[in-house]
Design a protein around this ligand. Sequence first.
Ligand SMILES: NC(=O)c1ccc[n+]([C@@H]2O[C@H](COP(=O)([O-])OP(=O)(O)OC[C@H]3O[C@@H](n4cnc5c(N)ncnc54)[C@H](O)[C@@H]3O)[C@@H](O)[C@H]2O)c1
Length: 402
Amino acid sequence: MNKPVLIVGGGMITHDQILPAIYKMQRAGAVGEITICAQHHKTIKALAEAPAILKAFPGQSFRAFPEHFAGGPQPDLYKTLIEELPPRSIVIVALPDQLHFSATMEALRHDQHVICVKPLVLTARESLEIDREAKQRGLFVGVEYHKRFDDRAHKARQFYRDGRLGEFRLGTARLMEKWYYRESNFQNWCTCDNTDCFTYIGCHYVDLVHFITGLRPVAVSNYGIVDTYPNGNKGYLWCDTRVRWSNDAVLNLQTTLCYPNEGPGPNTQGMTLYCGGGTGAMLDHSDQYRGLGYTFSKKSDAPGATYYSEPSPDYFQYNDLGGPGLEPVGYGVRSVEFMVNTIYKLDAGETTLADIDAKSIIATPANSLYNELVVEAGRVSILNGGREVTIAYEPEPKVTLT
Ligand SMILES: NC(=O)c1ccc[n+]([C@@H]2O[C@H](COP(=O)([O-])OP(=O)(O)OC[C@H]3O[C@@H](n4cnc5c(N)ncnc54)[C@H](O)[C@@H]3O)[C@@H](O)[C@H]2O)c1
């Protein structure tokens, strides 16, 4: 039977990646009814009417909640929708970072498989609790780190694990989103008390370094500069973070909402790792500039649109393959498809939770606890002016301000 899918959260990531990937699977007959729940009717209405999605998926629709304007936000409505799902359906959590824990636990307690956008949760304790609950019930929890499905990550992983890239010693990475993000819904939740730029986007590169090298982070120093959003809220919108690894290697990571609106491409991002061994080795990925450059005769209506653009066709794009509609492709789509297909394999007895954890292709609470420890350490550090916070894995996972 095709599983129903409930997506909780109707914001940017749902529009840009999650819904197109799930619609594609529905069109192929691989998932059943789709329901999406936001807090506000206006959010879900905008998603249902989004021109790019209507054009790509003619004739498809989802059950949209809140159905009507109810006088204010409806933060608990998704819980009712979870209750109504048949057991072992799929809940995709696409909420602001600090709400992932409660929504994931709610879904697990109602016997639902969960796919959660990154970062899973903000503390190791929460991740362990999620893992316990999921294992007891034989349910899948996958964290949607889509960079793991970028082919270049697999190339690097294979080279590294074959010994051709030596041993990682020093690295730099950056992920900077455009300035206009400050005007979006981010100003309501990406605030100093909840999260910061490192937690929000830096976790991608921490996860990627582990995915490629297998090393574990052991200390984090996260220095943030506070800036003011248009609505007056304050956020750590400029972060400089040092992550030390189990072999003493160091990754310096800069994350911001500062990439100029007029900069080409939707963001700037990339990673360089300098490695020891042989005559020296090095990995250098430009994750934003993928070799394409266009100068348009006019700007599109999209926020942050520019005359000159360097788009990435690798994360997500719609291809015209003759219809119906358009075909979403890219590692953002592959990531969601891979997780949904893994859920089907689990329920068909073709794989086990232990096998999924051990293979480590999908980040799970059990095999990527280092991500939660880094996020937890990063939060303690940033709230203490960037002081180093160490991470211990045994005898029990914990972070300590030094
Ligand atoms: N590169 C990536 O992997 C990537 C990119 C963007 C976002 N994300 C992650 O996705 C999550 C959401 O980010 P976004 O960009 O979509 O943010 P967003 O602000 O655009 O959307 C968040 C949505 O959640 C909804 N929401 C909040 N509380 C709710 C509740 N109680 N019930 C139902 N809906 C509720 C809001 O109404 C909004 O529609 C974040 O955790 C973020 O870190 C990941």
